[in-house]
Ligand binder design. Structure first.
Ligand SMILES: NC(=O)c1ccc[n+]([C@@H]2O[C@H](COP(=O)([O-])OP(=O)(O)OC[C@H]3O[C@@H](n4cnc5c(N)ncnc54)[C@H](O)[C@@H]3O)[C@@H](O)[C@H]2O)c1
Length: 235
């Protein structure tokens, strides 16, 4: 990865965002993209990281980056998550089964922030959200306050599933690369969510599959996976 970045003239410093002194030694920058996190919705609950570690990486780490931005007068872009949205109203949405997917029954849905275009910022972020979602929601609130108090430009992107370069098929990196790698190693394709809003899921796969296959798989498997996914025959 470092060599790939270097090819684009990008310099690389190794550091831990939990350590304020690691950020103090960095040169100034115009913008910072905060993409460092324990990104799993199960983080803090799955025996791979504790709840305290989750808060240290995702929230305290973000505070250190915000302090860096304040000192350097740098803009701040937070990769937040759709997991900031309230779990209960989402899980209680009336759903129909449309073909092989669930689809919200919009005629019965009157709560703000949900429409055929998906979930918007109007949707509730009331607790409980997951531990992961809570660290991101708290990071968002702090980032907006730093913007307000110190004049730092701040953008927050509540990402859904990210899929692309450098993903190696861990579940927390997104279900698409997880499925690709599971298929490659001949494991069964599992899905841990009981009901999901998957509007446009097929289109997303078709659109991204060239890039995903190129980045994630050896050459001999790429066209097989691409053809299987495009025709909906991933088995
Ligand atoms: N993958 C998704 O579908 C998805 C969805 C929504 C939001 N996000 C967010 O996007 C960002 C990137 O996630 P990803 O899916 O690429 O995960 P990833 O695990 O591939 O990347 C996270 C990176 O953060 C680094 N990191 C973690 N703690 C750190 C620390 N204390 N100091 C320095 N680096 C640290 C890890 O080494 C890793 O390289 C995260 O903020 C995540 O919350 C991801």
């Amino acid at each position: 990865m470092n060599r790939q970045l270097a090819a684009y003239g990008i310099r690389f410093w190794h550091g831990d965002i939990r350590s304020a002194s690691d950020l103090e030694s960095l040169p100034s920058a115009d913008w910072v993209i905060d993409a460092a996190a324990l990104p799993s919705v199960l983080a803090g609950l799955d025996n791979r990281s504790s709840s305290r570690q989750l808060v240290e990486h995702n929230l305290f780490g973000t505070v250190n980056i915000l302090e860096y931005c304040r000192r350097s007068n740098a803009g701040f872009i937070l990769l937040s998550t759709s997991r900031v949205y309230a779990i209960r109203p989402l899980s209680e949405l009336p759903l129909d089964i449309a073909g092989k997917r669930f689809a919200p029954r919009f005629s019965k849905i009157e709560i703000p922030g949900i429409s055929s275009a998906g979930v918007s910022e109007e949707f509730s972020t009331a607790a409980p959200v997951s531990l992961y979602g809570a660290t991101k929601l708290a990071s968002e609130a702090l980032a907006l306050k730093y913007a307000d108090s110190f004049g730092i430009p701040v953008w927050i992107n509540r990402c859904g599933v990210l899929a692309g370069a450098g993903q190696f098929g861990t579940a927390e990196q997104g279900i698409f690369s997880f499925w690709l790698h599971a298929w490659r190693s001949r494991r069964s394709l599992r899905y841990i969510v009981a009901a999901a809003i998957q509007l446009g899921a097929r289109e997303f796969l078709t659109f991204e599959i060239n890039q995903l296959a190129r980045l994630s798989l050896p050459a001999d498997l790429r066209s097989t996976v691409r053809n299987s996914l495009s025709s909906g025959r991933l088995q």
